[in-house]
Design a protein around this ligand. Structure first.
Ligand code: MSK
Length: 629
């Protein structure tokens, strides 16, 4: 956790990050690590989750000292109520982010259906037919656009308040659905659950912490089984379902002699167009005319993951590499959509020739150059943006360019469709390998970086410890680049794995850590778990599977963790959310949820110990299924 004056080696485990942190310091550029130092120590009340700003009788603080003053806010809310309300709103923020992303994909699909978005189309027609059929949309001989339009209508309905449950809930095993029904946790509509979360946490409403937390779980489930799942499935339909391919990662993917454009954010709707524009012959010629040998589009964070999964675009870095990528002095443009974009990137861009370009009306940054991109004008605007980046190349100061040279090979593209294809088309061979113990279990490691941790040390340490125990690891989000840089995303990574994983992954020619996509693509992991449970005839909570978000920071990561737990998947976090000020909430999260939904959160900052605890869970579940431990 955060200490003052850490050495550069304690800030990140990577050479490329350390080199750029030093360069930033030499050039007088402040990064997240310096700002964390300035903010430390943090407000104790806020850390405990016991501050309330929900009305103007306050703001209030609840003292952690039992029996003393300030045990209740002005309205009478105690620590349990305040912590639960704050956590509920935190979850609502995360669910809103993922789900609004999903809604943007529905709008593109509807636009394609109506002929309003000529720059987009249906790249995976089979998947369109399959999802349409699954959700009750008539297919037959109808034109694709009609089917797409009807599918968009069904999915728009998932955001409203007129349904008893969201559409993809039919993927959930029956026992799990029964549990949710009994608990009043069945997600009805995305916007409804988020709005209700805000309503319940208004002063004078839900003043019972467990009740508030049950609704927080319902809100998170609306994210996982609707908002995020829609985002994933429609991205596949519109941009193609990922298949295994090779690429590279680290800051070394930037090219000294090319126009470098970084796509940052989450939604492929814009970044796919930037990539398409960068491949236009006239823009490549224009780049050559200004002295560059080409145009190099690389990814950051999750829109990078989206491009990586489908187009093999290299990854420049994860969350804490975003500021540092600009410090290379070799970036002509950072093009962002939304989420996880540090506002400081505008100031850092201003220290170089870098153009910082925003594209979404939902994510404006003071000082940025804004292009208002809509599905109707995307390619035209993307072309203007790439032109701007090409022009910026002429302003690059060669004396300030320093690109760390290591480029690490990675393998990507493991959608559920690709995984099932690799094992012969059905989940049976995977279950057989699990039953005989070659794959003892499966853990999804997902989420972020947080400057409170040595960058990626926990992400990588946990992945390595798990594969040694023959536990297959699935990664998404910012853990992807971490695993890639550690050599875990190539088939040769099996050298670090246990004998069982070595045998299975070796025979399939796949890495022991599989990249499944971006943050919204955690929905792929949910779907895979549901499929395994259905095939085994059990609930998800009976499977030897778990999740982890070791270095998480965002509201979205908290929502992911909560939908995983509510779906029956035990979830490890490297540090707790701000809930420790309430014994009731903390106990429910780390113990009580087990009785309700068959899973709970575990908090552990040591990777080896975290792996042990996840292994214990997996072993218990194996025994429960009658499999060897
Ligand atoms: S981008 S939410 S830092 S994974 Fe999805 Fe990375 Fe976490 Fe953002």
């Amino acid at each position: 956790m955060a200490k003052e004056k850490r050495t550069v080696e304690e800030l990140s485990m990577w050479d490329d990050a350390r080199a750029m942190i030093k360069k930033a310091r030499t050039e007088g550029i402040e990064t997240a690590w310096e700002r964390l130092e300035q903010q430390t120590p943090h407000c104790k009340f806020c850390e405990l989750g016991t501050t309330c700003r929900n009305c103007t009788m306050g703001p209030c603080r609840i003292s952690p000292k039992k029996g003393g003053k300030m045990q209740r806010g002005v309205c009478g809310a105690d620590a349990d109520v305040v912590v639960a309300r704050n956590f509920g709103r935190f979850i609502a923020g995360g669910a809103a982010g993922h789900s609004d992303h999903g809604r943007d994909l529905i709008e593109v699909l509807a636009g394609v259906a109506e002929g309003q978005c000529p720059d987009y189309g249906i790249r995976d027609r089979d998947k369109l037919m399959r999802i349409a059929g699954e959700l009750g949309v008539e297919t037959g001989d109808r034109p694709d656009t009609e089917i797409a339009g009807d599918l968009a209508e069904v999915l728009f309905g998932d955001f409203g308040s007129r349904k008893a449950e969201v559409a993809f809930l039919q993927r959930v095993p029956a026992r799990r659905r029964e549990t949710w029904k009994e608990l009043g946790m069945t997600p009805r509509g995305v916007d409804r659950e988020i709005a209700e979360m805000m309503h319940r946490t208004h002063m004078g409403c839900d003043n019972d912490a467990p009740s508030t937390l049950i609704h927080a779980a319902r809100t998170a489930l609306a994210d996982g089984w609707a908002g995020s799942m829609i985002g994933t499935e429609l991205s596949d339909i519109i941009f193609g379902t990922p298949t295994p391919s090779k690429s590279t990662a680290s800051l070394g993917v930037l090219k000294k002699d090319q126009v470098n454009i970084l796509a940052h954010g989450h939604n492929p709707v814009v970044s796919e167009m930037i990539l398409a524009a960068a491949r236009l012959p006239e823009l490549v010629d224009r780049a050559r005319a200004v002295g560059a040998s080409g145009i190099n589009v690389c990814g950051l964070c999750c829109t990078g993951n989206e491009l990586l999964m489908r187009q093999g675009i290299p990854m420049a870095g994860n969350h804490l590499m975003t500021e540092l990528s600009i410090v290379t002095g070799a970036v002509e443009a950072v093009v962002v959509d939304y989420q996880c974009i540090m506002p400081s990137m505008v100031q850092i861009s201003g220290c170089y020739h870098t153009r910082f370009i925003t594209t979404s009306g939902k994510a404006r940054f003071t000082g940025a150059t804004h292009f208002d991109i809509h599905p109707e004008n995307a390619m035209e605007k993307a072309t203007e943006i790439v032109s701007m980046a090409v022009d910026a190349f002429a302003e690059r100061d060669a004396s300030r360019v320093d690109i760390p040279d290591a480029q690490v090979p990675i393998m990507t593209g493991f959608s559920n469709e690709a995984i099932l294809a690799a094992v012969g088309g059905t989940p049976d061979p995977l279950i057989e390998a699990m039953e005989r113990g070659a794959i003892r279990g499966v853990v999804g490691i997902v989420g972020c970086n947080n400057p409170k941790f040595t960058q990626d040390a926990l992400n990588v340490g946990l992945a390595k410890a798990l594969i040694k125990k023959d536990i297959l690891v699935l990664v998404t989000g910012c853990v992807t680049t971490a695993a890639g840089k550690a050599g875990l995303l190539v088939p040769e990574g099996i050298d670090m794995a246990g004998p069982g994983l070595k045998e299975v992954c070796g025979s399939l020619g796949i890495p022991p850590v599989l990249h499944m996509g971006s943050c919204v693509d955690n929905a792929r992991i949910l779907q895979l778990c549901a499929l395994l449970a259905e095939t085994c005839g059990v609930d998800i909570s009976d499977l030897p599977v778990a999740a982890s978000s070791p270095e998480w920071y965002s509201e979205k990561a908290a929502a992911i963790g909560l939908y995983a737990v509510a779906s029956g998947i035990e979830t490890h976090l490297g540090h707790p959310p701000n809930i420790l000020g309430s014994d009731t909430v903390t106990h429910l999260a780390t113990e009580g949820l087990e009785d309700l939904v068959g899973a709970r959160f575990i908090i552990e900052k040591d990777p080896e110990e975290a792996a042990e605890r996840l292994d214990r869970r997996i072993t218990a579940k194996r025994v429960g299924l009658g499999w060897t431990p």
